[in-house]
Structure formats: C-alpha cells, structure tokens
Design a protein around this ligand. Structure first.
Ligand code: 0O3
Ligand code: SF4
Length: 308
C-alpha cells in the first residue's frame, strides 16, 4: 500500500499559539488553569492539557473568582469578556489573531453604517464569538439559498465577513450571490478564510489526484477538518474523517492501492503517525510526503507570558 501525506497538513500557527498559551500559563501560574471551551477542537490535545492541570469549562460560571482563564482559539463574544471582567478573572486570550482580524473588520463595517452579513455555520463557537463581538445586528448566511432569503432592500449599503475555516469554493459562490443581489456591497480585500484553511484545502485537492481513499485526521466538531473531508468526497474520492488510528475501518481499503492522509489544523502529527501505524497493522506500507506550499507564519504570544 502506498501512503501519501498532504503538505501542508495539521497544526496552523493559531493552534500552535493557543496550545502554547495554555502550556505557558500552567508553567507560570501553576495548575489549575481554566480554559473556556476546547482550546482547539481536538480530544487528544484537550486530554494532554488536562493531564498537565488545565480544566476545561463551557461556561465562565464554572470558573472560581480571580482564576487564570484562557479563551479558546475560536474567540468569544464581548459578553463573555464582560463576564470575565465582572468576575475578576485573570484572562489570557488565545483567540487566533486571524479571527480577531475578522472581528475588527466587522466592527469597522458597522461603524461605517453598513448592514453586516456573516458567512458561516450557525452554532459554531467562532460564529457565536464574531456575532457577539460586533456592536450591531449581524445576518448569518450559510448558503446561496440563505442569500435569496435575505429581506434587506437590495440598495442597502451592506458588507460581508466570513468564518475563517469555510470551504473556499462554497464561499466564492455565496459572495457571488451577495454581489449579484446588493448594489452597494463591500467585503475584505482578501477573503477572510485563513491562509491555513486555504493551503490545506488546496493540498487535499492535489492529494486526491493520486489516491483511492482519503483519511482526514481530525475531530468531528472541527469545522476546517470537515471541509477537507468534503473536498475529497466532492472530487469523487472516498473520504473519511477519523480521530485517530483506532477509527480506521479496514473495509474502506479493500480495493485501494494508494491512501492519502491529511490532518485538520487542530490535529497533532502524533495522530497522523497513529493512523500510519494502524495501516501497517493491515499490511506493508510505503510513506511519501507530497510537495506543497511551505508555511512559516508564527504568531506572538501575549506579552504577560513572554516577559521575565
Ligand atoms: O473552527 P474549527 O472548528 O475548524 O476549529 P479547530 O478544529 O479547533 O481548528 C482551529 C481553527 C480555529 C481555531 C478557528 O479558525
Ligand atoms: Fe487561525 Fe486559521 Fe488556524 Fe483558525 S485555522 S486558528 S484562523 S490560522
């Protein structure tokens, strides 16, 4: 069995930064450190940090007063920031700078008097955070059909922003529908889908040309990982999202001679290794890494974790 690894795959700069914030907070302040929501959408990462003393909560009411509290990479609404301030929590914000950039764009558009449209998935924490960061109503659209249902007059000055982990292709279609509907519309110069999402989607397309089956390593609740699996399926390659090697089903490989592996932005490389090991238990494999775009983006940590 030939195994091809997509490049790039796995951790993005925002995920590396978010995990490092929790680790450094544990070193600097000692456990426990509270984390609101999974720091990134990956059980293995969350369990590893739990072992080091992190406590994960969904609601700040579960955090004792004054405790060190980290906001996850996906961002939070202003109401969450306000609640943390009211409860005197010591906050470290691990929101990815590229998510914060989207928040700031939204605020700018609203301050210029535009009606704001967010392209994204309902109930996703990043969308909840972005909707709760901008001071004004936000209309959420998830599809071209949703655009048709928007009741705003078509000459209303509007602006759009997007979730960072969407399908590049679907988003192009939705932006196209918005531009066709509204006469005065603005959007960010480059779409807000982040570099890591775009690079991983383009790498899985390259991968799909060589393989019979695609395995995407990532969590079921990880938006960017789900998009990678969808792309594989759309181009006609059987594609499966798996958390680790234990979820590999040998039946998927019955007629396959070449298997492609990629990983979502929140999936650590040890889990890719674990999937390769699971393949080896089925039969001999040779592994090669595809050529792909190099990434060298790094984000700075919050100052309080780097000083002294
Ligand atoms: O947003 P998504 O569900 O893809 O989040 P993950 O899986 O934790 O990956 C990191 C991406 C992120 C924090 C938002 O851009
Ligand atoms: Fe930031 Fe993009 Fe990674 Fe999300 S996927 S954490 S926006 S770099």
């Amino acid at each position: 069995m030939e195994v091809f690894l997509a490049q790039p795959r796995g951790f993005c700069a925002g995920v590396v930064r978010a995990i490092e914030i929790v680790e450094r907070a544990l070193e600097k302040y000692g456990p426990p450190v509270y984390v609101r929501h999974e720091i990134v959408h990956n059980k293995y990462v969350v369990e590893s940090l739990k072992k080091k003393g992190a406590i994960f909560v969904e609601d700040l009411s579960e955090v004792p007063a004054k405790a060190v509290t980290v906001f996850s990479a996906h961002g939070v609404a202003r109401s969450v920031e306000e609640e943390a301030a009211a409860r005197d929590l010591s906050v470290l914000n691990a929101t990815c700078p590229l998510v914060t950039k989207v928040h700031n764009q939204g605020k700018r558009y609203i301050s210029r008097g535009r009606a704001l449209i967010l392209i994204g998935h309902a109930d996703h924490p990043e969308v909840e955070g972005t909707m709760g960061q901008v001071p004004g109503p936000v209309r959420l659209v998830q599809s071209v059909e949703d655009v048709a249902e928007l009741t705003l007059p078509t000459d209303t000055p509007v602006a759009y922003i997007t979730q960072t982990t969407l399908s590049v292709d679907d988003t192009k279609d939705i932006i196209g529908a918005l531009q066709a509907k509204f006469t005065d519309i603005q959007g960010p110069d480059t779409r807000d889908i982040c570099y890591a999402t775009q690079n991983r989607q383009s790498a899985v397309r390259d991968l799909s040309k060589l393989v019979d089956v695609i395995l995407v390593v990532g969590a079921a609740n990880s938006s960017n990982s789900n998009r990678l699996r969808e792309i594989g399926t759309e181009v006609g390659v059987a594609s499966y999202l798996i958390a680790d090697g234990s979820e590999l089903n040998p039946d998927w490989l019955k007629d396959a001679t070449a298997v492609g592996i990629t990983a979502g932005a929140s999936a650590p490389e040890v889990l890719v290794d674990d999937v390769i090991e699971a393949l080896r238990r089925i039969g001999p494999v040779s592994v090669s890494v595809l050529p792909g775009r190099e990434e060298n983006i790094e984000f700075r940590l919050p100052a309080e974790l780097t000083a002294g």
